[in-house]
Design a protein around this ligand. Structure first.
Ligand code: ATP
Ligand code: MG
Length: 365
């Protein structure tokens, strides 16, 4: 947690497309919360062209050369979106920005809430608010996404490829520790581990073994494990069963897209890329991307960005302010009405209108 009494220093990087539209709303909401709860927060907005495809087209890189030293001076990065596939291929824009941050700042936790919100039509049948409320914790640095391997005998009939999975004790234990800590803080104290030790016969049994070992330090947390195939089915069939779900890089990737998808709108969900020890800045962003199809129209839903700001305050220990932001989001969704709610949720409101409405609720609720 953040040392209180210290300024919370945040680098704001809105990026591409609707990132530029939703982030001002997120900032307005953070400022409203900071004012009401007297939080000493500095939102530095001088990074307007960082991580933009405009910059890439002009300068040949997504970020300036000294990006690491510069961002290193902040506690946190508040990020919008990146990508403009019509001009710059996604692998260039993404690898030149977010992936760099993740790697260089050792953001080894990817954290996503999966929570059914009021006023949103759930794609799963018969689910009510309260039925879906869990977190997905994904290992973000190793596992299946290693670049170790290669192709042999290319072009011949003996051709084959190999790609290794890396699981270090350090890497597995630190993500499990984060997930156990999170589960322990929640009322249900339940942790579900994603595995596939019946098919992947070396790395996944190792993962299971580390879960078992770590569990000894958290005797009050209830642990279960599911193979990834049935686990994805249960996300859809019985999401009530979950509280905190932890997975390797690949399984966590799948679950952290599926989880929010089970709760409705892509415009609403947030995400954190976290370096829990605070040795490097953590990053908070909406789950959605730059959405070129609606960029510039002013109709993007700003809630993903606002909720990401809420997650950031929670992460640094400003619970009261974070709870108020959450309440404001819920009230806006439930009672805002069709003139306030954005078109992705069936309303005819716009980005600035919904953002302003939520900022006002944070001040007054
Ligand atoms: P990425 O490449 O990062 O996945 P993308 O821009 O291709 O990004 P997303 O932004 O994830 O795709 O979203 C897909 C579609 O969902 C968008 O094209 C848009 O129509 C819709 N969408 C996404 N975010 C929002 C939002 N905040 N408000 C309204 N609609 C959204
Ligand atoms: Mg895309």
């Amino acid at each position: 947690a953040h040392t209180s009494g210290k300024t919370l220093r945040v680098a704001v990087i809105p990026g591409d497309g609707i990132g530029q539209e939703v982030m001002p709303e997120g900032i307005a909401c953070l400022k409203a919360a900071a004012k009401r709860y007297d939080i000493d927060i500095q939102l530095d907005e001088k990074f307007q062209d960082w991580a933009t495809c405009d910059r890439y087209v002009k300068e040949g890189s997504m970020l300036p050369e000294n990006w690491k030293e510069t961002l290193q001076q902040y506690d946190s990065i508040y990020f919008g979106a990146v990508g403009d596939p019509a001009r710059v291929p996604d692998h260039i824009s993404l690898w030149g920005s977010l992936i760099q941050f993740r790697r260089e700042f050792d953001q080894y936790i990817s954290l996503r809430p999966c929570r059914l919100m009021p006023g949103i039509k759930c794609p799963l049948a018969d689910k009510k608010v309260g039925d879906i409320d869990f977190w997905v914790v994904r290992e973000n640095t190793e596992g299946e996404y290693s670049s170790i391997g290669g192709k042999m005998f290319p072009g011949t009939d003996r051709e084959f490829v190999v790609q290794d999975t890396i699981m270090t004790r350090h890497g597995v234990d630190r993500v499990l520790k984060y997930a156990f800590d999170l589960a322990q803080k929640r009322p249900r104290k339940k942790l579900t581990s994603a595995t596939k030790s019946n098919g992947i016969s070396i790395s996944m049994p190792y993962w299971d073994e580390r879960v078992k070992e770590m569990h000894q330090q958290y005797p009050d947390v209830e642990v279960d494990k599911y193979h990834i195939d049935i686990l994805t089915a249960f996300f859809v069939l019985r999401p009530e069963a979950f509280d905190v779900v932890v997975g390797s890089n690949l399984f966590g990737d799948i679950l952290s897209d599926l989880g929010p998808a089970c709760t409705g709108s892509i415009g609403v969900a947030p995400s954190g890329n976290i370096n829990p020890e605070g040795r490097f800045p953590s990053l908070f962003e909406p789950v959605h991307g730059s959405a070129p199809d609606i960029a510039g129209k002013g109709i993007a839903n700003p809630i993903g960005a606002i909720w990401a700001g809420q997650m950031m305050l929670m992460h640094y220990g400003y619970k009261e302010a974070a709870d108020k932001m959450m309440e404001a989001i819920e009230v806006a969704l439930e009672k805002g009405g069709p003139n306030v709610i954005t078109p992705d949720l069936g309303g005819k409101g716009d980005c600035a209108g919904l953002g302003g409405h939520i900022a006002k609720l944070i001040e007054t609720l």
